[in-house]
Ligand binder design. Structure first.
Ligand SMILES: Nc1nc2c(c(=O)[nH]1)N[C@H]1C(S)=C(S)[C@@H](COP(=O)(O)O)O[C@H]1N2
Ligand SMILES: [Mo]
Length: 516
């Protein structure tokens, strides 16, 4: 290896040790001291809205993994470049590590509730990183002593020992990092609290789901989305670990009386169960950021009633433990739609990713204006006084769900053998409900006319509806299938193409396939 490359490798090893040590010490000091989460959250906060939107649409639920990998690649590249330039007189690499440490410490201190102790892991990691870099570049491991027999130039590679030590430090970085993550998981996780929680008995049960909600003869998503398949969208780089004991819901703002509920205080309210299809405003036409679950919990209306909402209030700003906010019209919480503080999802305590121990579920509104997970605060206010997370980034303050439909079968590019075939998909228009779904194969200039799809039984206007269509595949070659839904007001889903920003995508979903 050239000296430059050797130095670059030393830089990467030093950065790995720094990051690993931060992670390990942070596992001991506590979640607020985790510089990785702090820096990642700062990156998310500083990323412009359109870029965030692009990331959600491109990577969906994997967006955080992609962010983490991208940040690691950038760190490795910067560390390598800086270390390659390090000399005894101008310690570029060491300065870069210290600068990264200062930035990390600043990110940690900028988080809500951080104390000076929380920068300890970052400081320790930075010191270790610099020490490793200086050690590797000190020349101590460069075996440049002349070989015993100068006539053989096949002696040990002078850089070999250094490479091995460098690799060793890379390993130390990986081990401390993974060890720290595992340790933090074990000590900080609420999974024990969640496992020990038995949902209270339901007072007002949801009507049972009849089997005929699910069309036959075609493999479609299940009408009720299993928790493990449910899409996840949020800004939380590390999932908040909030136990029932530490949970509180504060209601304040334009109210007669401020109220704070502990988890046990919720027992005074009726336990209700309701199926609601949750939809993300960022879902592109044909996308899968939509899911249907049976939620168990309490009516937000019941929780708000004792507070006495002022008549001139028109918004409830809900906030999560990690600072996400959503602005929901007051009437969405007080009218008859049955908005919930949910504590259960499909018969289990809320999964941690989906808001344990409590979240909001509001029929008919996109998640960004309503579905706050890990919710701890409801401020009764006005749309002309307060702005929520996504509204500040340019999204619409109000987010009613638009009528949409999706083709799940056939998949794009699928080969369909000649003969009878059944297509299918889902359609949603909460809270209006879906009355009809129409499907067109080829057209408008091909032979295709709109055909009525067969609908799965309608469960409620707050849930999606599955559809199927039997079709004869006769003409070999490429074809296109298009779908559109009609809601219960009689309005047909618009063909106008709209971007998800600022208030949800529109347009018809089409899929290209081939008959073979
Ligand atoms: N705390 C918190 N709650 C949140 C969000 C968030 O970023 N943070 N995102 C919202 C958005 S945009 C959507 S679409 C839904 C998604 O809920 P899910 O992840 O349970 O599917 O959560 C909402 N609640
Ligand atoms: Mo969303």
């Amino acid at each position: 290896m050239t000296p430059r490359a050797t130095k670059a490798m030393a830089g990467i090893a030093a950065a790995a040790v720094a990051l690993g040590v931060v992670q390990l010490v942070a596992a001991i000091v506590g979640p607020r001291s985790d510089a990785r989460t702090a820096v990642g959250s700062a990156v998310i906060d500083l990323t412009p809205g359109p870029v965030k939107e692009w990331a959600i649409q491109t990577f969906g639920t994997a967006d955080k993994l992609v962010l983490t990998l991208a940040v690691l690649v950038v760190i490795a590249a910067v560390a390598a470049a800086a270390a390659a330039l390090e000399t005894r007189r101008v310690p570029v690499g060491s300065v870069a590590i210290v600068a990264a440490g200062v930035a990390g410490a600043a990110a940690v201190l900028s988080r809500a509730g951080a104390t000076p102790v929380d920068v300890v892991p970052t400081v320790v990691g930075t010191v270790c990183g610099v020490a490793v870099l200086r050690l590797l570049l000190s020349g101590r491991f460069t075996d440049d002593a002349p070989t015993a027999d100068p006539s053989t130039d096949r002696g040990p590679d002078p850089g070999r020992r250094l490479s091995l030590v460098t690799l060793g430090f890379l390993g130390v970085g990986a081990l401390t990092g993974v060890g720290g993550l595992v340790l933090a998981r074990v000590t900080g996780s609420v999974s024990g609290d969640r496992n020990a929680f038995a949902l209270p008995p339901v007072d007002v049960a949801a009507p049972p789901v009849p089997p005929n909600v699910q069309p036959r003869g075609v493999e479609l998503p299940s009408f009720v989305t299993p928790n493990t398949d449910f899409y996840r969208i949020d800004t939380a780089l590390s999932v908040p670990q909030l136990s029932r004991e530490n949970w509180e819901l504060r209601i304040h703002g334009m109210v007669d009386r401020e109220i704070t509920y502990g988890f046990a205080d919720l027992e005074q309210f009726e336990v209700v169960e309701k199926l609601v299809t949750l939809t993300c405003v960022s879902n592109p036409v044909g996308g899968d950021l939509v899911g249907n679950a049976a939620w168990t919990g309490y009516r937000v209306r019941d929780l708000l009633a004792p507070a006495g909402i002022h008549p001139d209030a028109d918004m409830v700003l809900s906030m999560s433990i990690d600072g996400f906010t959503a602005g929901t019209p007051v009437e969405a919480f007080t009218d008859d739609r049955g908005s919930m503080l949910a504590i259960g999802m499909n018969g289990e305590p809320l999964p941690t990713d989906h808001g344990y121990p409590a979240r909001l579920v509001v029929p008919g509104l996109y998640g960004y204006v309503s579905a706050t997970k890990w919710v701890v605060d409801l401020e009764v206010t006005r749309f002309d006084r307060a702005q929520a997370y996504w509204t500040r980034l340019g999204w619409s303050p109000r987010g009613p769900i638009k009528t949409e439909s999706r083709i799940d079968v056939p998949r794009s590019g699928q080969d369909v053998p000649r003969g009878p075939v059944t297509f299918g998909g889902v359609a949603w228009a909460q809270p209006r409900g879906v009355r009809a779904v129409q499907v067109r194969v080829d057209g408008p200039d091909g032979e295709g006319d709109w055909q009525q799809a067969t609908l799965g039984a309608g469960y409620s206007n707050d849930t999606w509806r599955l559809w199927s269509l039997a079709w004869q595949a006769t003409t070999p070659g490429p074809h296109t299938v298009t779908v559109r839904a009609t809601d219960n007001t009689g309005a047909v889903q618009t063909a106008d193409i709209a971007d998800p920003v600022p208030d949800g995508a529109t347009g018809w979903h089409s899929v290209d396939f081939a008959v073979t």
